[in-house]
Design a protein around this ligand. Structure first.
Ligand code: HEM
Length: 396
């Protein structure tokens, strides 16, 4: 790490003057990312990383919060996703800055209100029980399909993505969300396939509307006009990548933790009313979305470190959620943490539209697993993140 450049003259921020930390927030880097956070908070809360074309990392909760609310300086264009989800098209609404963002948010919000999401709980519970039935009686079972399939099926049904295509969805999500850091061409091909798939599906729903989000969007208006096909595609693509995988990661992280903390598991089994608070703690400490990108619209300075227009800045929600200035013992997972103002769902104009759904899915998934298996342990070591197996052994 080097010291920062001259805070009064951002133009002097030459590469040599940048505070540096070799930070990555994807793939195997997630294995040790919490050690990174501890060090970055201590030594370099604003630092430059050369990954993915280069970016500034912000890890302090106050800095992340400020950047999230200052879209004049920290733009979401060309994209919040770094590296890209295999497309150069703007994901709507994720990659649109205010004020153009507002009509899209107004359009989408009614589909994801707490009341509407409450209506999905019985079906979520039913599917959870069916999935658990499939592995009933096994001495050791892989919980990864449960974590992935439950939110994927609930969301697909609600949006009107044909559930019989679930296997293809999983492969596409793997290629777009997980393989993109190793091989961009894999993500690009998958993105092209998903766009083709949605082109056909949108045409079908135009002809034969159903009781689903796609049909609802086709019937809705944005600023007094219907959405055009390109906007429909960019919205569907975002819902697809945002809605299928994220919740799965939180369910996985929760089960991974509980499998290794029998006292916490016993406490939740004895009093399931404590599960929602536990889920918030999993979101805070083990969120599937550790960070998102912004791009500087103008020169600025944070914590004395000058930055230049056009540079990428990564707001590290996962680190903000472990900021010692905001959370007591931030690296401890305390399922009864009373005050938990985490930013797992972001904080500003783009705050996650799916948080009401995600919370309900995580709660039901944990409730049903714990009801079926009040005691379980990890049968094999596994990472807290990702899509690999999560082998659980139910205990008597
Ligand atoms: C635990 C699960 C989830 C997490 C941790 C998560 C996290 C996030 C984060 C961090 C953002 C960006 C916020 C910002 O930059 O301020 C976001 C945006 C978004 N999320 Fe989620 N998300 C989750 C589940 C979902 C689900 C299930 C959906 C399905 C509807 C969804 C839809 C969206 C959409 C549409 C946006 C863009 C909002 C906008 O740009 O205005 N998310 N999410």
């Amino acid at each position: 790490m080097t010291s920062s450049g001259d805070a009064t003259d951002p133009s002097t921020a030459t590469d040599a003057h940048r505070p540096r930390y070799d930070f990555d927030f994807h793939g195997p880097a997630l294995d040790t990312i919490f050690d990174d956070y501890e060090r970055m908070h201590r030594e370099c809360p604003v630092s430059w990383s050369d990954h993915y074309g280069g970016f500034w990392s912000l890890v302090r909760a106050d800095d992340v919060h400020a950047a999230e609310h200052d879209w004049d300086t920290f733009s979401v264009a060309p994209s919040m996703i770094l590296p890209s989800f295999g497309t150069d098209r703007p994901l709507i609404p994720l990659d649109i800055d205010p004020p153009a963002l507002t009509p899209y948010r107004q359009l989408l919000l009614p589909f994801f209100t707490p009341q509407r999401m409450d209506g999905l709980i019985p079906r979520t519970r039913e599917l959870a029980r069916q999935l658990l039935d499939q592995v009933e009686g096994q001495e050791v079972f892989d919980a990864a399909p449960y974590c992935r399939m439950l939110p994927s099926m609930v969301f697909s049904e609600y949006c009107g993505f044909p559930v019989e295509d679930a296997d293809r969805f999983d492969q596409w999500v793997d290629d777009i969300v997980f393989a993109r850091t190793d091989d961009e061409t894999v993500a690009r091909q998958a993105a092209a396939d998903v766009y083709d798939y949605f082109r056909a599906l949108i045409a079908l729903r135009r002809r034969e509307p159903g009781d689903d989000v796609i049909s609802g969007l086709l019937a809705a208006e944005v600023q007094g006009r219907p959405l055009d096909d390109e906007e429909m595609l960019d919205i569907c693509y975002l819902l697809f990548v945002a809605g299928l995988e994220t919740t799965a990661g939180t369910i996985r992280a929760g089960l991974w933790f509980l499998a290794q903390h029998p006292d916490d598991l016993a406490a939740l089994a004895a009093d399931p009313a404590r599960i929602p608070a536990a889920a918030e703690e999993f979101l805070r400490a083990l969120s599937p979305v550790q960070a998102m990108a912004r791009t500087l619209r103008r020169d600025t300075e944070i914590g004395g470190v000058p930055m230049r227009a056009g540079e990428r800045v990564v707001v590290v929600f996962g680190a903000a959620n472990r900021d010692p200035d905001r959370f007591e013992c931030p690296h401890e997972i305390r399922l009864d943490r009373a005050h938990n103002p985490h930013m797992a769902f972001g904080a500003g104009a783009h705050r996650c539209l799916g948080s009401n759904l995600a919370r309900r899915e995580v709660n039901v998934a944990l409730e049903e697993m714990i009801r079926r298996h009040p005691r379980f342990e990890l049968a094999e070591p596994a990472p807290w993140h990702g899509i690999g197996p999560l082998l659980l052994r139910p205990l008597p």
